[in-house]
Design a protein around this ligand. Structure first.
Ligand code: HEM
Length: 501
């Protein structure tokens, strides 16, 4: 009885081993084919046939050197286009102005990469960004949805939103006064993250989150978990199957649920208000709902995708940009003084900031631009070419994975003099700037819809903050960058505050 059972087990084992061996040979053959296909492109030597350049990336990550810094080194070393291999994939990284212009301005030849953006559909198995504006790779579907939200970001709509920007930021400034004793250290990045959540919720969706007023609000923690989950799943394709990560995964799923339920309730309340004939604001949500009426193939889940996308894209980037800015300005007293002088001159005794005031903040604009040059919170984008193309003299086969790093483009010596220096005067009006060397909001059809919104929000916040407080950075504050999908300042922006008057 025992012998036949053992024989069956041995046979099953043999079949399994044979399947594994065949799969291994096929996979190795495929890797060899990918290496052969891109052998004509320059790039760093691979560390291992199977893993490609992955071990090198991991080694550098352990040392605190993150992907885009390594890309910058390779761009300086291998020229305007290089390739790296990660497992069975080849990443083609063009960094020249001509290649960037070609790729980002022809979105039909170079649509967003389905490999990258489909992976952002859900986070830890729960639908979050779905087919929203950032992750949508279907050009036709995307363009109708983008057309419906565009008007919400026109100057006219933003001018109307100025009162809401002012009110949310006034509440935040008020909440900070309790900390302004000159010696209490706190993370300004965390405080900014709260107010930017309240702002996007109020201005875009007329939703009151109360993240500033309520320390126990579930939304900041839920957002942080969702972002962490997104970042981890991008780095680790088998995250979902890791035994030790199951509790984290279920927390991320709960966080997605908290956020999407809150978004859904806001949508239902708005539809209810419209049906009852009540006045409703003409905000981003209203534009999304109009889009739903016009495009009958859209569902409420699609609407929730766009809601979540605008919420994340509109909050995280702006929040990190402000924290980077306060760090850089905080270590340059002369620059801080120039900003404060400008705020005092433009606002005088007023505390309410108008749209026109923000347009008059010339130096603040320069500081904001320089911050985004050195620290683009959304550091890159990915495309694929639908046909064979020639970039920088190299044939790039159809279906290649093209990675554009704004971080690299904005730090290359051939694009910007003394690129590592924080010098807002490089953006003074009279200086010529070569096109396609500065793209923190990307460019072309898939560029940021919220660029104007972000600038306005940052300026109103800076005006009110600098009018009320002076600050000192913690001497141990790092100026390194941390990569969590987006870029953020390592260790936040730890500081002490004092009231100016
Ligand atoms: C400093 C702040 C911001 C930066 C640096 C930034 C940067 C970017 C970049 C680089 C992209 C292209 C992403 C890609 O190709 O995958 C993008 C897209 C997008 N951004 Fe922003 N963004 C900022 C603020 C905002 C705000 C405030 C909103 C909305 C309120 C917003 C909404 C979006 C949306 C919806 C897209 C997708 C556009 C499309 O493909 O149609 N962003 N942003």
């Amino acid at each position: 009885m025992l012998l036949p059972t053992l024989l069956i087990c041995a046979k099953v084992l043999l079949v399994l081993l044979s399947i594994c061996a065949v799969a291994f040979v096929v996979y190795s053959g495929y890797i060899g084919y990918v290496h052969w296909k891109y052998a004509h492109l320059p790039g760093p030597p691979v560390d291992s046939f199977w893993l490609g350049n992955l071990p090198q990336l991991k080694r550098m990550h352990k040392k605190g050197v993150y992907t885009h810094t390594l890309f910058l080194k390779w761009a300086e070393e291998y020229g305007p286009l290089f390739r790296i291999f990660v497992l069975h994939k080849c990443l083609v990284v063009p960094t020249s102005r001509t290649a960037i212009k070609e790729i980002l301005t022809k979105s039909k030849v170079y649509p967003k990469s389905s490999v990258t953006y489909n992976r952002l559909y859900s986070v830890c198995g729960a639908r979050f960004l779905g087919r929203g504006l950032v992750t949508n790779t279907n050009h036709k579907d995307w363009s109708t949805r983008r057309a419906s939200v565009n008007p919400a970001f026109h100057k006219k709509s933003l001018v109307i939103a100025m009162d809401q920007f002012n009110q949310e930021i006034d509440r935040w400034v008020e909440s900070l006064t309790t900390l302004a004793d000159g010696h209490t250290k706190f993370s300004m990045a965390e405080k900014i993250s709260r107010v930017t959540l309240d702002i996007i919720a109020k201005v875009a969706f007329n939703m009151t989150l109360g993240c500033v007023s309520d320390d126990k609000s579930p939304y900041p923690a839920a957002m942080e978990l969702v972002l962490e989950g997104t970042s981890l799943q991008m780095k680790d394709p088998i995250l979902m199957w890791r035994r030790g990560m199951q509790s984290f995964i279920s927390k991320v799923k709960q966080a997605v649920d908290v956020l999407r339920k809150a978004f859904q309730k806001t949508i239902e309340d708005r539809i209810g208000a419209m049906h009852s004939g009540n006045d409703v604001p003409n905000d981003t949500l209203q534009h999304l709902l109009r889009g739903l009426e016009i495009n009958r193939s859209l569902t409420i889940e699609d609407l929730l995708d766009d809601f979540a996308t605008l919420f994340v894209a509109g909050q995280e980037t702006t929040s990190h940009a402000l924290a980077f800015l306060l760090n850089e300005v905080g270590r340059r007293p002369e620059l801080l003084q120039r900003l404060v002088d400008e705020v005092d001159e433009v606002l005088g005794d007023r505390t309410h900031v108008t749209y026109e005031d923000t347009e008059r903040m010339q130096y603040m604009t320069q500081v904001f631009k320089e911050t985004l040059r050195l620290y683009p919170p959304a550091p890159g984008t990915a495309r694929e070419n639908v046909t064979d193309v020639t970039l920088e003299g190299y044939n790039i086969p159809a279906g290649s994975f093209l990675v554009m790093s704004f971080f690299v483009i904005q730090r290359l010596k051939k694009h910007h003099h003394d690129p590592e220096d924080f010098d807002p005067d490089r953006f003074a009006d009279d200086k010529p700037r070569p096109l396609f060397t500065y793209l923190p909001f990307s460019t072309g059809q898939r560029s940021c819809v919220g660029k104007r919104f972000a600038q306005l929000e940052c300026k109103v916040l800076l005006c009110k903050f600098l009018k009320t407080f002076t600050y000192s950075l913690d001497p141990d504050q790092s100026f390194d960058v941390e990569e969590q999908g987006t870029l953020r300042p390592r260790g936040g922006a730890i500081m002490t505050l004092r009231k100016r008057r």
